[in-house]
Design a protein around this ligand. Structure first.
Ligand code: C2E
Ligand code: MG
Ligand code: MG
Ligand code: MG
Length: 290
């Protein structure tokens, strides 16, 4: 197990950091097998602009364990991160997402897809080149792929991360900064990362309509992002009032259960055809009759 010394030099056992419990090892082996057997799926959640246009889709990984049922992504991604399985998971996700983008394009549905990548991926040598090669193999233009990163990419080796991200944007891949406002947010990061989009974390969006401080944080974040030329997406929008506040604050797009939760591929196709094509309408029933 991993032990850490606290400030007084006493060893502290950290159960959360323990990556070698039988339970975690079991889950890790199961995840490895599930990836081999293609039992891990991607669901897709729309990002929509305030005029209803679909700005893109975010791919979110889903794993239903044969005995345990749904395992939350946060849980197995942490395991993949600490075990070295992360590059395998990311390759799987990129491959699955790009194959889906190619299918949608063949059906006339040209919607960009965002894939979440972990700091570990950004530090894997050759990552930018492998993404470019994969795009070429699927015949998907780089502009149809977005990668969502977090500020954690800068913690380990900022120079290596900056080089990889420059390589990716050089190939035409768009970068998005996810979970903004949590943890290590700093203006220095924003300046160093070649991102074109910033996503405000759900923790600030959730209580926006009732908490004046959260509203102020969102207002400042939107203004800051815009002054740097970034698009702003709000995560976790669940109700009309929050949608209206975000629109009034000048946010560019929203993602959340108000619009749609992440959906399996077929359901996403149907959603894109039925709702996406005309532009998503917040309250179709309340629209005045033409
Ligand atoms: P994230 O990238 O910030 O994704 C947003 C999370 O918020 C997703 O949780 C999504 O299902 C959830 N969400 C969306 N709208 C709402 C809403 O209106 N209300 C609430 N309460 N939640 C909402 P999910 O799918 O459980 O994913 C959790 C995290 O796991 C993601 O956070 C991302 O960091 C990570 N993740 C998911 N898929 C992948 C992947 O393929 N690769 C990597 N590296 N990480 C992934
Ligand atoms: Mg994300
Ligand atoms: Mg997020
Ligand atoms: Mg998150």
């Amino acid at each position: 197990y991993q032990a850490k010394r606290d400030r007084t030099g006493v060893e502290v056992y950290e159960s959360k950091r323990d990556s070698n419990t039988p339970d975690r090892l079991g889950l890790l082996g199961d995840l490895r097998r599930a990836l081999d057997a293609c039992e891990v799926e991607l669901h897709y959640q729309p990002k929509v602009r305030f005029d209803g246009q679909v700005a893109g889709l975010e791919a979110l990984v889903r794993w239903v364990h044969p005995e345990r049922g749904k395992v939350p992504p946060d849980e197995f991604i942490a395991i993949a991160e600490s075990s070295g399985l992360m590059p395998v998971l990311t390759e799987y996700v990129l491959e699955t997402a790009l194959a889906q983008v190619a299918r949608w394009r063949a059906q006339g549905l040209r919607v960009p897809v965002a894939v979440n990548v972990s700091p570990r991926d950004v530090h894997t040598p050759g990552f930018a080149g492998s993404v470019a090669a994969r795009l070429a193999r699927h015949g998907v233009p780089a502009g149809a792929l977005q990668l969502e990163i977090t500020e954690h990419v800068l913690l380990e080796d900022p120079q290596r991360a900056a080089d990889t991200l420059a390589g990716l944007t050089g190939h035409g891949v768009k970068m998005s900064l996810d979970d903004f406002g949590t943890g290590y947010s700093s203006l220095v990061h924003l300046r160093r990362l070649p991102v074109s989009e910033l996503k405000i974390d759900r923790s600030f969006v959730a209580r926006l309509a009732v908490d004046a401080e959260d509203a102020e944080i969102v207002r400042c974040t939107v203004d800051l992002a815009h002054s740097l030329g970034l698009l702003v997406v709000a995560e976790g929008v669940e109700d009309d009032e929050t949608w209206e506040r975000l629109r009034d604050l000048g946010c560019d797009a929203v993602q959340g259960w108000l619009v749609a939760a992440a959906m399996p591929p077929d359901e996403t196709t149907a959603w894109l055809r039925a709702r996406g094509a005309r532009g998503w309408q917040r309250t179709p029933a309340a629209l005045p009759a033409a």
